[in-house]
Structures are given as C-alpha cells and as structure tokens.
Design a protein around this ligand. Sequence first.
Ligand code: RUB
Length: 326
Amino acid sequence: MAEPHVDFHPTVEETAERIAAMDVRGAAAIADEAALALRKQAEASDATDPGTFRAELRGAARRLRDTRPTAVSLPNALRYVFRGMGGETVEQLRESAIASVEEFRAELDQAQAKLGRIGANRLRDGDTVMFHCHSTDALSCVDAALDQGKEIEAIVKETRPRKQGHITARQLREWGVPVTLIVDSGARRYLDDADHVLVGADSIAADGSVINKVGTSGLAVNARERGVPIMVAAQTIKLHPDTMTGHTVEIEMRDRREVLPDDEREEISALDDDGLTVENPAFDVTPPRYIDAIVTERGQYPPESVVVLIRELFGEHTGTEPWEEA
Ligand code: RUB
C-alpha cells in the first residue's frame, strides 16, 4: 500500500536539489549533507505521533536517496541514521535520530583521517601521484603524507566534463604541492612520470570492482600497462552491500549539455541533428585486476578480499530498506 503523502522540511528539498545539481558532490560530502538534512527533518518535525514522525523521515530519506544513484555512501548514510533511531515517543525518536546523525558524521571524519594515515604509508618522500577527479578520501592520503614531512608532487587530470580536477589542483596548491594539470587524454603520456595513481570511489562492489568517476577504468588499464600502481582510497561507507546479492551498481547518466552545450551543438549539427547522440555517463567500473590496493579506515585490502569486509560490516543487510513504506 502506498504511504500517504507526508510533508518534509524545506531543507530536505533544498539539499536534494543541491546534490542533484552537484553543488554538493563527491561521495563523502553527499553522505554528510544527506545525514544533516535528516537531522533537520527530525529537529523541525511537528509530528504529534511516532507513526507520522517515522513516515516523515522515511519520505525525506526517499527524496534524498533518489538524487544520485551511484554513490552508495548516500543510502549507507541513511541506513546508519535509521539504525540508530528508536523509541516509543516522538521525543525519543527525535533525540535518537539526531544523536545517530552526529555519530555518523563523527565517524565519517575519523574514518577519513584514519584511512589517510594508512594511505600515506604507501607514498614515499619525493613521489609523484596522478589524480583523476576530486576525492576527499584520496586527498586525505596526501594530507597525511605531507604531515609526515614527505614531499609529494602531483599530476592532475582535468576530468571532463565537469573538470573536478580543478578542485583537486586547487586543494593541492593550497597545501604547497607542485601540480601539473593535464587534459584527460594526456594521462598515458604522463604516467611515465608518476609513481602512483590515486583515486577515490563512489561504490565498491563485492567482487572488488571500483565504481568511480568516468575515465577511472581507462586510466587504470593504462597505469597497469605502464607498471604504475593504482590505489583506491575509500572509506567503508563506499562498500556496496547490495552487490553481495547479485545487484549491480547503477551508473548515473547526466544531462548531455554538460558534454555539449546547445550553442556548440548547433555548430556541429546546424540542420537536422537527429543523428547526433551525446551520452554522459558520470561513472565507470574498474575491474579488480587493475587495482593494487583499496585503502579503507580498516586497513589496506587487495580488491578481491574486500568481500570479507562487506560481509563483516553489512552482513545483516537484508535488502529491506528502512525508508521503504511501512
Ligand atoms: C566524484 C567522484 C569521487 C568519489 C569519491 O564524482 O567520483 O572520486 O565520489 O569522493 P562527482 P570522496 O563529482 O560526480 O560527485 O572521496 O570525496 O568521497
């Protein structure tokens, strides 16, 4: 039976729109913002009975979850908050939901710092690291390496079409790291100057496949051919429990105008442009055989063994979601 319509706080809608528009982006940031929006919903709810309070939170969670399909950190964050929510009265539910959000956010911060210290151990003084896209988990490894007094240089792919490589370059420059910015197609040439490829992840499947910004898989294949190790920095909220039961990770298709704005489209196809198709997948899948290590806050794993960690952390995940209609 469909759940009756419930209102949720305007912050939830605003957050959902900002995530969908990529004003908030990156798997960890999306998870953090979604949890904050649930907290706002819990704080502001004027529900007078527990059933309505729960239904509001479920509705808010569904709205947030539907924004971007690939980063599993988003549903994992929502699951975490619901897991910690309990009680018989509205006040008990509210307090436990708020506490659960705060606990989640503290863990997110700690996990990133911890994985950064583990990832930094793989980086040697004087190493050059190649980056794709912008990943806070990947950058935390460099941050920790710099703290250890190591000198690091960076080669940053611009990462079409949204050029998140610029965010990476800016952050690295703020830390004083020398940066060479290159076009995506220059990666193979510059791999000869790199000691590592370091990327983040939006989702990691049970077989160790890494789903990350489109272009990661091509980079990984080239890096393997060049003998450059590929390291994936990913907190355990990037582990995708549904892949244990045979589900695949949905790859988000974004607006074609990110690739080809309308004015440029006219230049290519002034008359009848029915034959011009532009596609814009935001992510791709890198098979485990191209990845040397997945670095999490629990330690470093060869990709094929990540299934053990998923089982340990999400073993009880049944496929029934806490935001599904009661
Ligand atoms: C961002 C992206 C990042 C991961 C990991 O894609 O692919 O590598 O999300 O980021 P988008 P983090 O820009 O489309 O969101 O380590 O910060 O979680």
